[in-house]
Write a protein that binds this ligand. Structure first.
Ligand code: SF4
Length: 70
């Protein structure tokens, strides 16, 4: 499993994470990142590792998505 941490205070609302992986990443009305399937302010989830998650964590220009392998 992979633990995914999001840091909304770093997010610049570019939208890339939602475009590439909408089943995990969504955004508030302000464009700032949140998880798609959790409560509004949850900042950590665990998911089965996927290449898509790894890809977007590297692509995020603000380093607002950090992964930690279990
Ligand atoms: S890719 Fe990064 S900067 Fe862009 S919306 Fe997602 S978390 Fe924010």
């Amino acid at each position: 499993m992979t633990t995914i941490f999001i840091y909304p205070d770093r997010c610049i609302a570019c939208g890339l994470c939602n475009i590439y992986n909408p089943e995990i990443f969504n955004y508030h009305d302000t464009g700032i990142i949140k998880f798609t399937t959790t409560s509004q302010n949850q900042l950590i989830i665990e998911k089965k590792h996927t290449e898509k998650v790894l890809f977007i964590s590297h692509k995020c220009p603000a380093h607002a998505i950090i992964l930690k392998e279990a």
